[in-house]
Design a protein around this ligand. Structure first.
Ligand code: SF4
Length: 315
């Protein structure tokens, strides 16, 4: 494990994915109220180089001889991956080294940049997101960097969809009372028609959000909203996928490493680590007693969050 790779992790959208983390925590153009990574101190839009791409390629080359099966290599992680100015080179280098398809999870805010669209077109799957279709809602839910205009982002996403050769699934994160009213949903549906994604994935707040007051949309309401789209729409359910194999495991260290990246439930950890749920629960209990992990109850179950920053030895 190192600072550029994490997992494989079970993902609700991708099955089992190897995470590629290409921006420092937390570099993002948005400061979404529901973000599971916590607040963005200064949302930014300038693309920069954060490390030499050869370092990530070397980390991939060092992976063990029997890596667990992965469904995707996914650019995601500690912020917005398109802010890495070397993304095109990184995608090409990962595709050379791994058989798994490459996916980029992006908030879509830079889709108006033609050079970035060319880089993204080399990936096999794009998972952009769009939570708002008018500027006031955009500012309420995504709290963007200065200068970002949702109308330009929607136009950029439509261009990206036309130009990108691979698959394209648009995620919409709905938060109760913020972007789920009928009038705004009409605007979102119009934006979706314009972007024309292969699939729309409706999501809601299931992991501990940046702002405690953010609430999930009820499952029945999500299904109702999905039925209002005139195209393929999927409501994303909690991950229940296969377990991955691990050869050797220091459970406590692995649990802390995972929770250093994102909050998780005991069952997520058990699936990702290929360990019995009882063993994971026991380790979590000890870590809570030691003050290294905290419990946050959510509608979808109890999430565990890291109580302190990861140390280098745990990466
Ligand atoms: S949810 Fe994604 S886009 Fe929003 S602030 Fe967090 S990392 Fe950035």
């Amino acid at each position: 494990m190192n600072e550029y790779l994490y997992g494989p992790v079970p993902s609700r959208r991708l099955g089992v994915s190897l995470g590629l983390d290409v921006v420092p925590s937390k570099v993002c153009s948005l400061n979404c109220v529901y973000c599971q990574l916590g607040p963005t101190s200064t949302p930014q839009t300038r693309r920069r180089s954060f490390f030499p791409p050869a370092e990530l390629f070397a980390a991939l080359d060092r992976r063990g001889p029997e890596p667990p099966r992965i469904d995707y290599a996914a650019f995601a992680g500690s912020g917005e991956p398109t802010l890495n100015a070397d993304l095109g080179e990184l995608i090409a280098g990962v595709k050379e080294r791994l058989e798994a398809p490459v996916c980029v999870i992006t908030n879509g805010t830079l889709a108006g940049d033609a050079e970035l669209r060319r880089e993204l077109a080399a990936s096999d799957l794009l998972l952009p997101s769009l939570d708002a279709a008018d500027q006031p809602t955009f500012e309420r839910i995504n709290r963007p960097a200065p200068g970002l205009r949702i109308a330009e982002i929607i136009a950029g996403l439509a261009a990206l969809r036309r130009e990108a050769g691979g698959r394209f699934w648009l995620e919409i994160m709905l938060a109760a009372g913020i972007n789920d009213d009928a009038e705004h949903l009409d605007k979102l549906r119009a934006a979706v028609e314009r972007i024309d994604p292969e699939l729309v994935q409706l999501n809601t707040v299931v992991r501990p959000p940046a702002e405690e007051w953010v609430a999930a949309v009820e499952p029945e309401r999500l299904e109702e909203i999905a039925a209002g789209f005139d195209r393929p729409v999927e409501v994303i359910a909690a991950y229940r996928g296969p377990q991955t194999r691990r050869r050797a495991l220091d459970l406590e260290r692995e649990v802390l490493t995972y929770l250093g990246r994102r909050p998780g439930r005991a069952e997520d950890l058990a699936a990702m680590l290929g360990q019995p749920i009882e063993a994971v629960r026991g380790t979590l209990k000890e870590l809570i007693v030691a003050g290294r992990v905290r419990l946050r109850p959510m509608a979808e179950g109890d999430y565990y969050v890291r109580g302190e920053p990861p140390t280098h030895s745990e990466e």
